[in-house]
Design a protein around this ligand. Structure first.
Ligand code: NAD
Ligand code: 6OD
Length: 492
C-alpha cells in the first residue's frame, strides 16, 4: 500500500482517450474543513465532452466491446490490485475533497473501491448464457440462445458523499460487461476520479475505455453528457430532483437509465430490542459520514415504553462524537461537504424548531476554533416532538440529524415508516426475529435491514422504490443494466 504521487494534485485535468485535457475554463474545489483551496479543476465544455464520447466509441470499436470475458475479469482484478498499491494516494485524495475522518476513508470508501472491481470480476465470470429449447405442439423445435452485448458508451454521473465508492460501484460492472464510460464526478469531489484514470492506465485499461469530464450539472458537463447523441445509457446517483432532470434530458432519445436517488429512511425500534446494540446501530446509521449517506436514518420510530431510554441513549452517543480535522485519529465526524450544503441543513434546523421540535442535542454550528471557522461544520442533532406531518420529517435533509417519534403497536409502526414518497432503506430493531422478518418484508423500500444497518453483500440488489430510484444494481442486477441481449433462434 505504498503511495507514489506522480502528478500535481492541485491541478485536476479532464481525462479523454487516455490523455489529460486541460483546455478551457476551470473552477476551484474548496476544502469543507477550513475553506482553503484544494484544487483547480478543468471544466469540460462541449468540445471535451464530444472528444470523450468519441474516444469511448473508438475504444469499443477497436475491440473492447468484443473482448473475451475472462480477459476483462483479469483486467478488473489488476485495477483492484493497483487500487491497493495506491491506497494511500486515494485516501489522501478523498480526504482532501470531503474532510471525512481518515479511518472512515480507509475502511469504507477506498476499501470498497477495490472490492467493487473484485466483486464484479467474480460476477461476470459466473454469468451463464441463457438458452432455451423450444418444443411446439405443431412439431417445430428450435434452439434459442441469447448473446450478451455491452450497451455501448455509458454516462456515469455520481455525487460527492461516497465519491470513489459510488463511482467504482458503477464503473466496475460497466467495464465487466464491455462498455466504455464517460464519468462525471461531482464538482465537489473531482480528485479520486482523476486519480482513478491514472490507475486505469497503469492497470492496462485500453485508452478511451475510462474518460473523465469535470464540471457541474445544468449548462455544464452533466447536462452536456445526458443530452449527447453518442451516449447509450445513463447511470446516475444523486438527488431525486436531478434524476428527474436527467430523465427529461434522455427522454427524446429513449435511453435506459439506472437511478439511485434520495431517501428519508426510517428505523423502527421495538421495545424488546437489545438496547445497547440498537443505540450503537442507530448512532451509526444517523451520524456516519456526518449523515451524508443516502441510506442514513432520518426518522426513528420507537415503541413507547422505551422511547425515553432510546432518546437519552442516542443523545448521549451524539454528544460523544468528536468533530475535527480528518487526519486526527480522535476525529469521528467530519464537516458537511460544503458551506452551501450547510446552509440547506441549517435551514432545516431552523424549520424543525419552527415546527415545534424539542432539540435533544445539537441544533447549531459548533465553535471549533479559528482555524476551522471557514469549514462546513454542523452539530449532530436529534429532535423529539415532531410527527409525519412536518416537513422536517418528510424531506431529505442529508445531514447528521434525526427525529424520534413514538408508536404504540406494529401496525402503527409499519404505517408511519411507509408514510413517505421515498423508498430506499429501512432498519428494524427487535429480538423477535419472526417479527423482524415480517416487518422488514412490509417496508416499502428497496433494502431493509434487521438488527443492523448498511451491511453489504455486493451481489444483492441495491436501489430504491418511489422517489428513491429506478432499477437495481449489484451482482447480476448490474449486469442486466450494463448489457443487452440479442436472442438467436434456430429452427432444428
Ligand atoms: P446531485 O443530484 O446534486 O448531484 C449528483 C451529480 O449530478 C453531480 O455530479 C452533479 O454535478 C450532477 N448533476 C447535477 N445536476 C445535473 C443535471 N441537470 N444533469 C446532469 N448531471 C447533473 O446530488 P449530490 O448533492 O451530489 O448528492 C446527494 C444526493 O445523492 C442525496 O439526495 C442522496 O440521497 C443521493 N444519493 C443517493 C444514493 C443512492 O444509492 N440511492 C447514494 C448516494 C447519494
Ligand atoms: O454500498 C453501496 O454499494 C452503495 N451504492 C452505497 C450508497 C450509499 C449512499 O450514500
Amino acid at each position: 500500500m505504498t503511495g507514489e504521487q506522480s502528478r500535481d494534485v492541485t491541478r485536476l485535468p479532464c481525462w479523454v482517450g487516455g490523455r489529460e485535457v486541460t483546455d478551457g475554463p476551470s473552477f476551484d474545489k474548496i476544502s469543507p474543513v477550513d475553506g482553503s483551496l484544494v484544487a483547480t479543476v478543468t471544466e469540460a465544455g462541449q468540445e471535451t465532452v464530444d472528444a470523450a464520447v468519441a474516444a469511448a466509441r473508438r475504444a469499443l470499436d477497436a475491440g473492447w466491446a468484443t473482448s473475451p470475458v475472462g480477459q476483462r475479469g483479469a483486467l478488473l482484478r489488476r485495477i483492484a490490485d493497483r487500487i491497493d498499491e495506491r491506497f494511500d494516494d486515494l485516501v489522501a485524495a478523498e480526504m482532501r475533497d470531503t474532510g471525512k475522518p481518515l479511518s472512515l476513508v480507509r475502511e469504507l470508501d477506498v476499501a470498497r473501491a477495490a472490492m467493487n472491481f473484485r466483486s464484479f470480476a467474480d460476477t461476470i465470470a459466473a454469468e451463464g448464457m441463457d438458452s432455451y429449447l423450444t418444443d411446439l405442439a405443431d412439431g417445430r423445435k428450435a434452439l434459442n440462445y441469447a448473446v450478451s452485448k455491452p450497451v455501448g458508451v455509458v454516462a456515469v454521473i455520481v455525487p460527492w458523499n461516497l465519491p470513489l465508492l459510488l463511482l467504482t460501484w458503477k464503473v466496475a460492472p460497466a467495464l465487466a460487461c464491455g462498455n466504455a464510460v464517460v464519468v462525471k464526478p461531482s464538482e465537489e469531489t473531482p480528485s479520486s476520479a482523476t486519480l482513478l484514470a491514472e490507475i486505469m492506465a497503469e492497470a492496462g485499461v485500453p485508452d478511451g475505455v475510462y474518460n473523465v469530464v469535470h464540471g457541474f450539472g445544468p449548462g455544464s458537463a452533466g447536462e452536456l453528457i445526458t443530452t449527447h447523441r453518442g451516449i447509450d445509457a445513463v447511470t446516475f446517483t444523486g438527488e431525486t430532483s436531478t434524476g428527474s432532470a436527467i430523465m427529461r434530458a434522455v427522454a427524446p432519445r429513449v435511453r435506459p437509465v439506472s437511478f439511485e436517488l434520495g431517501g428519508k429512511n426510517p428505523a423502527v425500534v421495538f421495545a424488546d430490542t437489545d438496547l445497547e446494540r440498537t443505540l450503537d446501530g442507530l448512532a451509526r446509521s444517523t451520524f456516519l459520514n456526518t449523515g451524508q449517506v443516502c441510506l442514513a436514518t432520518e426518522r426513528i420510530y420507537v415503541e413507547r415504553p422505551i422511547f425515553d431510554d432510546v432518546a437519552a441513549g442516542l443523545a448521549e452517543r451524539a454528544r460523544k462524537l468528536r468533530l475535527g480535522r480528518p487526519e486526527d485519529p480522535a476525529t469521528t465526524t467530519g464537516p458537511l461537504i460544503s458551506v452551501g450544503h450547510r446552509t440547506k441543513v441549517r435551514s432545516y434546523l431552523d424549520l424543525a424548531v419552527a415546527e415545534g421540535a424539542e432539540v435533544l442535542t445539537g441544533g447549531g454550528v459548533p465553535d471549533l476554533g479559528a482555524d476551522l471557522d471557514g469549514g462546513a461544520w454542523i452539530e449532530p442533532t436529534l429532535w423529539t416532538g415532531l410527527d409525519n406531518t412536518h416537513r422536517t420529517v418528510r424531506e431529505e435533509i442529508f445531514g447528521p440529524v434525526a427525529a424520534l417519534i413514538p408508536f404504540d403497536d406494529e401496525e402503527e409502526a409499519v404505517r408511519l415508516a411507509n408514510d413517505t414518497d421515498y423508498g430506499l432503506a429501512a432498519a428494524v430493531w427487535t429480538q423477535n426475529l419472526e417479527r423482524g422478518h415480517r416487518v422488514a418484508q412490509r417496508m416499502r423500500v428497496g433494502m431493509a435491514w434487521v438488527n443492523t444497518w448498511y451491511l453489504r453483500d455486493l451481489r444483492s440488489p441495491f436501489g430504491g422504490t418511489g422517489l428513491s430510484g429506478i432499477g437495481r444494481e449489484g451482482g447480476r442486477h448490474s449486469l442486466h443494466f450494463y448489457s443487452e441481449p440479442t436472442n438467436v433462434c434456430i429452427q432444428l
